[in-house]
Design a protein around this ligand. Structure first.
Ligand code: AFP
Length: 340
């Protein structure tokens, strides 16, 4: 049983006390992100009856069909960040350019990057979706005006990162560099309650997540890797089971708790894969590492990548230490071949 007394708010204050951070702005920002999550969670629950499912008829900057809930969740998140008065710029999957929500920004300490509705194709079938977020401290919080340098930062510079999963219950998981904790929303009191304390990812799992529908586009090394998962070998608990929710948040959450790996590798059609570095891969990579796991493109650590554009895509292999290391051994052969 979880104790209703151990709320996200209390944990944030304890962490603030331990860090002896003076002004509490970081605590307030994470509380605001939790507020956005509560509003979005509520909208997701009533979406089917409120006519919020389906698409708007538009196509976003990623060339993907925009769902009504993509727009709604983006508006909610942006509005809550604006109201926080702590954030200078918001970058979102749903917006081509970074949005200035902080006026001249002097005194605003943070920039926030977000995928407001990850797995949005699941929204129409009452499936699991998520919100993935990443927070950076501005390079110079006293500076007026916005700067691209504040946004194109390595994942290793994040000060907070996490996700909210809208499933049978709503769960918020985050790290600020002191391990990973998970909180379940108790709807009757509207509070996130500590439900997963100091999460540690198993060093090896027995599950893998990949979209097999892309097989015709895979490089041979990806095929060999997936064949390897299906082979019989008691000593490494193979064959692995395959899972694919269609929402990175949900597939990652399973792996975080039970081990294994998630892959969206580069392939012949999309050498950089599908997923976005700044608001999908980097935040989850930090959560994975903080829980003892690993995240890589197959060639390099996700958190070491210097971004060159806001909506940059990178291949992602994320999960248990040993499983990701094993996948890297297969994929690196391919990467070496394509680079020559
Ligand atoms: P959507 O948000 O457009 O549904 O994309 C979801 C996602 O970015 C990630 O959450 C999934 O793991 C992956 O794409 C699903 O990709 P496929 O379309 O190849 O199944």
């Amino acid at each position: 049983m979880w104790s209703l007394g151990v709320t996200l708010g209390r944990i944030l204050i304890e962490q603030q006390d331990q860090a002896r951070e003076g002004n509490g702005e970081f605590t307030m920002l994470l509380s605001q992100i939790a507020t956005a999550a509560k509003i979005i969670s509520n909208e997701m629950r009533r979406a089917g009856l409120a006519g919020l499912t389906g698409s708007t008829g538009e196509v976003n900057v990623q060339g993907e069909v925009v769902k009504k809930l993509d727009q709604l969740t983006n508006s909610v998140f942006v509005q809550v960040m604006e109201d926080s008065r702590l954030v200078c710029q918001v970058v979102s999957e749903e917006m081509e350019e970074a949005l200035n929500v902080g006026g001249n920004c002097a005194g605003r300490q943070y920039s926030v990057l977000v995928d407001p509705l990850d797995g949005s194709s699941n929204a129409d079938i009452n499936g699991v979706t998520g919100t993935i977020f990443s927070v950076y401290r501005r390079l110079d919080p006293t500076a007026e005006g916005t700067s691209g340098e504040d946004l194109l930062r390595k994942g290793s510079e994040q000060v907070a990162a996490g996700y909210v999963m809208y499933g049978p219950s709503t769960i918020l998981v985050y790290t600020s560099g002191e391990g990973v904790n998970g909180f379940t929303l108790e709807p009757s009191v509207g509070e996130f309650i500590l439900s997963h304390q100091d999460i540690r990812m198993p060093t090896r799992g027995t599950m893998y997540a990949i979209n097999h529908g892309n097989r015709a586009h895979w490089f041979p090394s990806t095929e060999k890797l997936v064949d390897h998962f299906s082979q019989l070998d008691d000593s490494t608990h193979r064959p692995y089971s395959q899972r694919w929710v269609g929402s990175l948040t949900a597939d990652f959450h399973r792996i975080l708790l039970e081990g294994g790996l998630y892959l969206y590798p580069g392939d012949k059609r999309r050498p950089c894969g599908k997923l976005r570095l700044l608001y999908e891969c980097a935040p989850l990579a930090w959560v994975a590492e903080q829980a003892g796991g690993k995240a890589s493109t197959g060639k390099e650590r996700i958190l070491d990548i210097q971004p060159t554009e806001l909506h940059q895509r990178v291949p992602l292999i994320i999960g248990s230490q040993e499983d990701v290391a094993m996948a890297e051994r297969f994929l690196q052969k391919e990467i070496a071949a394509t680079e020559t």
